[in-house]
Write a protein that binds this ligand. Structure first.
Ligand code: PAF
Length: 288
């Protein structure tokens, strides 16, 4: 594996790896603090690339997508462990730039999606998805991948990036990777290490409540009531503040009508604060 920190080194590594031609180049963008969920993305990328393809991972803690300064400051940074995980998962090129390398101080461009990013997390985190679109479009331009892999835990992010690829004509195929969960159901996340013992013990209730909600919807309970019940379950836990619980269409992220009880496919999604730590999760509801 080659580890590079500048755009110039990245270009050199990519052009060396391109000799032979016609190979797939698969990008996995990350913000570091890699865990089992990222390892699954990297392995999926390796599979898509095949033996003669090239897997590129980026580790960049992107300041433009943080709406709360405290969140950026407390985000875990583990570059040595990240490097070891990338190596073990078969990454060919690891790009680890710093903020000066990625952003000029007089930067004046933005990349904004104006529909899907207004709902769910976007409604609660102003500017977040513009920061994601900006950094991902820059990485797409720098790496010029044929494919890119993103996790489905950040379902809204994936939907927005699909829209960006479609509307801005990036010739890149996006792959959504299934959510990786701990044994007790909690979705693996870099934020989990910030939970106290008590919050960690309660956190699996987020997924459990969503699964109960999915069952209720499949059993005929209308979408609006499902969301209320999931919210009530979660609010009964100590130190929990529900940011949102919503049932939406997975492609356009528009709300399913509250009275509707059979509209499929649907996505039941929630964001919940356990103390100061905001966790998100979702379950897809599709025809069996
Ligand atoms: O999902 C993430 O970790 C980030 O939003 C991404 C896609 C790497 C952009 O910084």
């Amino acid at each position: 594996m080659r580890r590079v920190t500048t755009k110039r080194e990245l270009r050199a590594a990519l052009s060396m790896s391109a000799q032979g031609g016609g190979k797939r180049r698969v990008l996995v963008p990350t913000m570091g603090a890699l865990h089992a969920g990222h390892a699954a993305l990297l392995r999926q990328a390796r599979e898509i690339a095949g033996e003669d393809g090239v897997v590129v991972a980026s580790v960049f803690l992107n300041p433009t997508q943080f709406d709360r300064a405290g969140d950026l400051a407390s985000y875990p940074r583990t570059p040595d462990e990240d490097t070891a995980i990338c190596e073990a998962c078969g990454v060919d090129i690891l790009f680890m730039p710093d903020a000066q390398e990625m952003y000029r101080s007089d930067r004046s461009m933005s990349v904004e999606e104006t529909q899907l990013s207004r709902v769910l997390c976007g409604a609660k985190r102003p500017g977040h998805f513009a920061g994601v679109c900006l950094v991902v479009s820059k990485l797409f331009n720098m790496v010029q991948p044929s494919d890119a892999v993103f996790g489905k835990k950040d379902f809204q992010q994936l939907a927005i990036l699909r829209r960006m690829v479609r509307d801005l004509d990036f010739p890149i195929h996006l792959h959504g990777a299934p959510i990786v969960r701990e044994k007790d159901g909690l979705a693996v996340s870099s934020r989990n290490v910030r939970l106290s013992a008590q919050q960690r013990a309660n956190a699996p209730q987020l997924y459990a409540a969503l699964v109960r909600g999915r069952e209720a919807y499949m059993g005929g309970t209308p979408a609006g009531r499902v969301c209320e019940e999931v919210r009530r379950d979660l609010e009964s836990l100590p130190e929990v503040r529900v940011d949102y619980v919503q049932m939406v269409h997975p492609d356009n992220l528009l709300d399913i009508e509250p009275q509707s009880s059979g509209e499929l496919p649907a996505l039941l999604a929630a964001a919940v604060f356990f103390g100061e730590v905001r966790l998100i999760d979702n379950v897809e509801i599709i025809q069996n």
